[in-house]
Design a protein around this ligand. Structure first.
Ligand SMILES: Nc1ncnc2c1ncn2[C@@H]1O[C@H](COP(=O)(O)OP(=O)(O)OP(=O)(O)O)[C@@H](O)[C@H]1O
Ligand SMILES: [Mg+2]
Length: 204
C-alpha cells in the first residue's frame, strides 16, 4: 500500500471536562462533511480491559498504581491493532485519549520512564491536541452533568496533571497545545486550521 493511502491518526488529550469528547466529535463531523471516512474512538476502550479500568477509576476494583498502568497499556495494545488496521485502509482515526493520558496522569504515582517502556508498542499519533483548560473550569463544566467523582478529581492533582501535559507537549512528538478555555466554535476553528496547516489530508 502506498503511503498516500495511509490516513492520519489524531488524538485529543487533556483533563476531564476540558472538552475532549466535544472537540473530537466536532472534528469527526467536520471531516465527514468533507468526504473522509472517519472512525471516532476512545480510551479506555469499550472492551473488557476498558471496563476493568473504569471500575478501577471509580474505586470499585482495588488495584495498585502499577497494575492500573499495565491495564491501560494492555487496553491500548489491543486498541492500537484496530487503529493501525483502519489508518492503513484509508480511514482517519480520531481518539479521545491515548498514551499521553497514561504519562500525564500515572506519572504522578509511577515512574515515567517505565510508563514509556510499557507503552513502547503504541503509535506516535500524527497529531495530538492537548486541550488546555484550568482545572476549576473543568470542574465547573462537569458539575453540571455528573454526580460522582473519580480517582483523579481533586484540584491539586488536576493542577499537576495539567503541568505534566504542558511538559509532555515539549518532550513528545507532534503535540499541539490548544487553549480550550474559549467558546466551543473558536476552539474548533483553531483545530480545523491546524489540521489544514499540517497537510495530513490531501484535498483539505
Ligand atoms: N469550549 C467549550 N466551552 C464551553 N463549554 C464546553 C467547551 N467544550 C466542551 N464544553 C462543555 O463542557 C462539558 C464537558 O465536555 P466534554 O464532555 O467534551 O469533556 P470531556 O473532556 O470529554 O470530559 P469527560 O469525558 O471527562 O466527561 C460539556 O457540557 C460540554 O458541552
Ligand atoms: Mg469525554
Amino acid at each position: 500500500m502506498s503511503n498516500k493511502d495511509r490516513k492520519p491518526f489524531i488524538v485529543f488529550e487533556g483533563l476531564d471536562g476540558s472538552g475532549l469528547t466535544t472537540h473530537a466529535f466536532d472534528l469527526h463531523r467536520w471531516l465527514k462533511e468533507r468526504g473522509y471516512e472517519v472512525y471516532l474512538t476512545k480510551e479506555p476502550t469499550d472492551g473488557v480491559l476498558g471496563g476493568l479500568i473504569r471500575s478501577a477509576l471509580k474505586g470499585e476494583l482495588k488495584v495498585s498504581a502499577r497494575t492500573l498502568a499495565l491495564l491501560f497499556a494492555a487496553d491500548r495494545t489491543q486498541h492500537t491493532e484496530t487503529i493501525k488496521r483502519l489508518i492503513n485502509s484509508g480511514v482517519v482515526v480520531i481518539s479521545d485519549r491515548y498514551k499521553l493520558s497514561s504519562y500525564a496522569y500515572q506519572s504522578i504515582e509511577v515512574d515515567l520512564d517505565w510508563l514509556r517502556k510499557i507503552n513502547e508498542g503504541a503509535l506516535t499519533p500524527d497529531v495530538t491536541f492537548v486541550i488546555d483548560v484550568p482545572p476549576a473550569v473543568c470542574m465547573r463544566r462537569l458539575q453540571k452533568e455528573r454526580f460522582h467523582t473519580e480517582l483523579y478529581e481533586d484540584m491539586e492533582t488536576l493542577e499537576r496533571v495539567r503541568e505534566n501535559y504542558r511538559r509532555l507537549a515539549e518532550e513528545e512528538e507532534n503535540v499541539i497545545i490548544i487553549d480550550g478555555n474559549r467558546p466551543q466554535d473558536v476552539v474548533n476553528r483553531e483545530i480545523f486550521q491546524k489540521i489544514k496547516e499540517l497537510e495530513l489530508l490531501e484535498g483539505l
